[in-house]
Design a protein around this ligand. Structure first.
Ligand code: HEM
Ligand code: PLO
Length: 492
């Protein structure tokens, strides 16, 4: 008791017994914006009660860096919730699994397998380019009609992760793909969203529509994953590693064969299955969401689109398709991707972290077991760090001459940081770059006549998704002419 000066808790929202701070959390704004508004009243860091849990909300990048980087290991825990337990068989995956020896090994295996593809035979670049090319063919067919691009974008991105995970891909209209689209949206709509269930686990005994949908979607997903798993096990060989699932199967075998370095990590069939589910789910939903946001902003800001196209014309031209080696040469496109990730972060509250021991953040004491929510939205819209944060301006990531890339503020962590940093960051950046470069080299995207511009507010959930909108993808005149020249050469 003599250490009051050391034992300082952050400001706290009014809390009532049992129901915690739920009454003060009633707001029309989605949580990331509401938490940012509360900052004015309570400061950069404050606490609230959710049921019996103590939750800290972090709205400033210095505190966020302390949590994620400086004390990354201390804050590497994850809470268990009713919905994520359902999704991951009690946390047997990477994203929602708590910090443990098994988790660490698990993450290392997947990380290694994802790195391997960088140089692998069928390189990631080839896989992405193949999908980009087939997507552009479909866009050419649908040319000039008003369409929702989401299904085609999703199929392209899905096929990239499908190739990486299972060495397989989906054709247009494939029934399995259609069912995947459906169950995945069902999961995004219900997981970790109905926070009431996650705050009061006992509410589970009451019939709950969201839980029912989640259970149904998870069971469809599990059947699909199980099928892929059985197929792989049937023709698995120690000698060749075709994909991520092979890498996981190999790691599982080596941990079972009493290999001393991996003994006791206990990777089960469930662990493998849930991890593939993570990579698959994260791989599809995040990248597709960013592509949808990018296109929505390009339609709102045609001058940005035009600048990217000019850059593509100068640096790549029309005789060849974009390559990863062009990345360093296309700063304006790169800056645009960075700006999309800033203004509409995929994961505006990250995934909650948990303090694994008594510790501190800034001047405040933090108890073991406290949940920590990093409000990435507040970081990316901090008025002290960003001029006009709601303005879409790729130029802020460029130097004065507009040639070199820069980070104007350290208040920017689209992929998180530290022990729990996104596992797919490199893959996602390659996909975003190549898909957008392929599309904009060939097409101009615009709002269909008579339709409103896409809504930019978004729908909060486990990912921040844009609402559905339609686009007209028009082949660029320059590109059409070039194709005619090429064809006439072919004829000769
Ligand atoms: C975690 C962002 C794409 C796999 C995360 C986190 C963020 C994030 C913010 C949470 C970090 C935290 O809780 O502290 C993004 C963005 C993406 C993207 C913005 C696209 C632009 C991907 C892709 C994959 C992936 C393509 C898979 C190949 C994961 C996994 C985790 C994760 C497995 C959990 C890591 C852990 O808890 O240890 N991502 N991600 N992500 N991401 Fe991504
Ligand atoms: C997306 C729906 C899938 O059907 C299941 C799934 C698995 C992993 C989740 C992902 C969903 C949403 C985005 C998540 C990802 C793990 C890491 C990633 C939460 C729910 C992010 C952005 O943190």
């Amino acid at each position: 008791r003599g250490f009051l000066a050391v034992d300082r808790s952050p400001p706290s929202l009014p809390a009532l017994p049992i129901i915690g701070s739920i009454l003060s959390l009633h707001s029309d704004s989605p949580p990331h914006i509401f938490f940012q508004q509360l900052q004015k009243k309570y400061g950069d860091i404050y606490s609230l009660k959710m049921g019996s849990h103590n939750v800290l909300i972090i709205n400033n990048h210095l505190h966020a860096r302390e949590v994620l980087l400086k004390k990354g290991k201390t804050f590497a825990g994850r809470p268990r919730t009713v919905t994520t337990d359902l999704l991951t068989r009690d946390g047997k995956d990477i994203a929602f699994g708590d910090y443990s020896v098994t988790w660490k090994f698990h993450r290392k295996v997947v990380h290694g397998a994802l790195c391997m593809f960088g140089e692998g035979a069928a390189s990631i670049e080839e896989i992405i380019s193949r999908e980009a090319s087939s997507m552009c063919e479909v866009l050419t067919e649908m040319q000039s009609t008003a369409v929702d691009l989401a299904p085609e974008l999703t199929r392209a991105v899905t096929n990239v992760v499908c190739s990486l995970c299972f060495s397989s891909s989906y054709k247009r209209g494939d029934a399995e793909f259609e069912s995947m689209l459906q169950y995945s949206q069902g999961i995004v709509d219900t997981v970790a969203k109905d926070s009431l269930v996650d705050i009061f686990p006992w509410l589970q005994i009451f019939p709950n529509e969201d839980l029912r949908i989640l259970k149904q979607c998870v069971s469809i997903r599990d059947r699909l994953l199980q099928k892929k798993y059985e197929e792989h096990k049937a023709d698995y060989s120690d000698n060749i590693q075709r994909d991520l699932l092979d890498a996981l199967l190999r790691a599982k075998r080596s941990s079972e064969n009493n290999n001393t370095s991996t003994q006791g990590v206990g990777l089960t069939d469930d662990h493998l299955l849930m991890t593939v589910g993570d990579i698959f789910g994260a791989g599809v939903e995040t990248t597709t969401t960013v592509l949808k946001w990018s296109i929505a902003y390009l339609i709102h800001y045609p001058q940005v689109q035009k600048k990217i196209q000019e850059e593509l014309d100068i640096k790549i031209g029309r005789d060849r398709h974009p390559q990863l080696s062009d990345r360093g040469n296309l700063p304006y496109l790169e800056a645009t991707i960075r700006e999309v990730l800033r203004i509409r972060p995929v994961s505006p509250l990250l995934i909650p972290h948990v303090a694994l021991k008594d510790t501190s953040i800034g001047e405040y004491t933090v108890r073991r077991g406290a949940r920590v929510i990093v409000n990435l939205w507040a970081l990316h819209h901090d008025e002290n760090e960003w001029k006009n944060p709601e303005l879409f301006d790729p130029g802020r990531f460029l130097d004065e001459e507009g040639r070199g890339l820069r980070y104007p503020s350290a208040s920017y962590l689209p992929f998180g940081a530290g022990v729990r940093v996104c596992l797919g960051e490199a893959l996602a950046k390659m996909e975003l770059f190549l898909f957008l470069a392929w599309i904009l080299q060939r097409f101009t995207l615009e709002v269909p006549p008579g339709q409103p511009l896409p809504e930019l507010r978004g729908k909060f959930g486990v990912v921040l998704q844009p609402l559905r909108y339609e686009v007209k993808a028009r082949l660029r005149e320059e590109w059409k002419k070039q194709q005619q020249v090429l064809q006439s050469k072919d004829v000769k």
